[in-house]
Design a protein around this ligand. Structure first.
Ligand code: CP
Length: 301
């Protein structure tokens, strides 16, 4: 794996190796001695992904090149490719990119530094997926055989697409729950109601309505009662089952606000795990490219 673009590029062994590496960074402090630069190129808004990459980079001792598309030469018409080549030319050792296009990575095949996908349109959000997998793995010690429901605006969700792919690869039984119009028939996964899902699932993974990807703003006044996780539905979840959400959360829409921080919720733990997973992914790529020496990692290999 030379770039981290899609979970569809990973096999089961790749995924578990990264999860174990992330656990290593959760338990151990580690900082590189040499000066290396990482550029965070975010062309879409982000709080969690951008900031957890920044924390992960600083924990690893990497120099962070921050970039704000709204005050950059993108406004003069510079393309993504030329922006990326610019950072490569001035000495960036790795690029982290979020962009509204589903397939922006295809433009960047000729770079000589690793690229990490921090969100590609509606198509893929592989680092979010990895932190979701880590959170479930910490809970159950495996993904195999778990019943997992992904609930919400499936049609517009890159998180849903990445997670369906990875969870099925790891042997989970995946279900989708969506309000009419939010289904995506291209995903080969059974649809069930949230009322069914709470009775059988080990993980209820909620998604927000992605208003920014809709042509017309969706009506949300009855959404919680009809399609969201109410306190009444939470009461019917299996005793050990957990609630997840990639956030940002629309409190009171897809989830009752009181459930966001309830004992079943792993929503903020997911964010914490994002730092460790991103450390693991960045270090893995720097090793793969020979930018750093593998001997740094003898302890857990
Ligand atoms: N979960 C997630 O991608 O959040 P941000 O959009 O804030 O990065």
């Amino acid at each position: 794996m030379k770039n981290f673009i899609s979970v569809s590029d990973l096999n089961e062994e790749d995924i578990y190796k990264l999860l174990i590496k992330a656990e290593y960074y959760r338990e151990n402090d580690f900082s590189l001695a040499e000066q290396l630069f990482v550029a965070n190129l975010f062309f879409e808004p982000s709080t969690r992904t951008k900031m957890s990459f920044t924390v992960a980079e600083r924990k690893l001792g990497l120099e962070v090149l921050d970039f704000h598309s709204e005050s950059s030469s993108v406004l003069k018409g510079e393309t993504l490719y030329d922006t990326a080549k610019t950072f490569e030319s001035i000495g960036a050792n790795m690029l982290v990119i979020r962009h509204q296009s589903d397939d922006w990575s295809k433009e960047l095949k000729n770079l000589s530094i690793p690229v990490i996908n921090a969100g590609a349109g509606k198509a893929d959000h592989p680092t979010q997926c990895m932190l979701d997998l880590l959170t479930i793995y910490q809970e159950y010690g495996t993904l195999d055989g778990l019943n997992i429901a992904i609930v919400g605006d499936i049609k517009h969700s890159r998180v849903a697409r990445s997670n369906v792919c990875a969870l099925q690869k790891l042997g989970a039984e995946v279900y989708l729950c969506a309000a009419p119009g939010f289904e995506d028939e291209e995903l080969e996964v059974p649809y069930i109601s949230l009322d069914q899902a709470v009775e059988i699932c080990d993980v209820i993974m909620l998604l927000r309505i992605q208003h920014e990807r809709h042509l017309h703003k969706a009506e949300t006044s009855n959404y919680l009662d009809m399609y969201g996780l109410t306190k009444e539905r939470e009461q019917r979840m299996k005793k050990h089952a957990i609630i997840m959400h990639p956030a940002p959360v629309n409190r009171g829409v897809e989830i009752d606000t009181d459930l966001v921080e309830c004992s079943r919720s792993r929503i903020f733990k997911q964010m914490t795990n994002g730092v460790y997973v991103r450390m693991a992914i960045m270090m893995h790529l720097l090793e793969e490219w020979g930018t750093i020496n593998e001997n740094y990692f003898k302890e857990y290999q």
